[in-house]
Design a protein around this ligand. Structure first.
Ligand SMILES: [Zn+2]
Ligand SMILES: [Zn+2]
Length: 249
């Protein structure tokens, strides 16, 4: 951890923040698809191999959830509480490794890299929502998981994004109970199970556009349930929720 911090902050070092290899030897220039200078700088600090391996979702086939394939989930869903969502990358085995490295080691350099990748999805989402967002928030972790890990990765990514793009970060949701590991369940039970997991935090933002950040989009049921809770907290007001996710599984 200490070593990573030092290598991250020391400008003379050219080690890739993901794999630790020397990043200054990147031979051919690789396009960094983000406009903002700070996430660009972070993505440029990756070695060529890591940069090339990022499975960017450059074209959203599903115009609702931003998936790179046509999308049965969005067609099947009868009521949707979020307006739109966008994801930065496909959740392939490499991205699974990067997220695991960040989640379980709390690596600062990786946090910056994942945030910079999320910036790509943010800039894509802004292209289809030109009116922008009033506030940015994140999907909360269960309290026991938060205690075990010490931080909520979705919140950390959202706060970095807020700093870069001048958005206001605000916690707006609570997670009420711990659910079993989602991977152990079927798709159907996951969709049902999200009900009752979240509650809205009292806030003075009654109406407006909320940008909700999470790390992985699997079925969309977490995002949709959070959006339901946020919009129904003030049923008489117009509150729109947009989703922003680091990866689409
Ligand atoms: Zn690398
Ligand atoms: Zn979709």
């Amino acid at each position: 951890m200490l070593f990573n911090l030092i290598s991250w902050f020391a400008p003379s070092q050219q080690d890739c923040p993901v794999c630790g290899r020397n990043a200054s030897q990147a031979s051919s220039p690789i396009v960094v698809p983000v406009k903002h200078a700070e996430p660009r700088r972070i993505l440029t600090s990756l070695c060529g191999t890591c940069r090339k391996s990022i499975p960017w979702i450059t074209h959203a086939i599903c115009r609702i959830c931003g998936r790179a394939e046509s999308c049965e989930d969005c067609i099947r869903r009868q009521n949707r509480y979020y307006a739109l969502s966008r994801c930065a990358v496909r959740y392939d085995p490499q991205m699974r490794d990067w997220l695991a490295l960040y989640k379980y080691r709390g690596n600062e350099g990786l946090e910056a890299v994942l945030s910079a990748m999320l910036a790509f999805a943010y800039e894509r989402l802004c292209e289809v929502t030109p009116s922008g967002f009033d506030v940015i928030t994140s999907v909360p972790l269960a309290p026991e998981r938060l205690r075990a890990r010490g931080y909520n990765q979705a919140e950390r990514l959202a706060i970095r994004l807020a700093e870069w793009y001048g958005l206001e970060y605000r916690p707006m949701l609570l997670r009420l109970r711990h659910t079993e590991k989602q991977s152990l369940k079927t798709r159907r039970s996951r969709v049902v199970d999200m009900r009752g997991n979240f509650a809205a935090v009292p806030t003075d933002l009654v109406s407006g556009t909320v940008l909700l950040v999470d790390d992985i989009y699997t079925t969309g049921s977490t995002l949709d349930e959070c959006a339901r809770v946020l919009t129904q907290a003030f049923p008489e007001a117009s509150r729109e929720v947009y989703g922003l996710l680091w990866a689409r599984s």
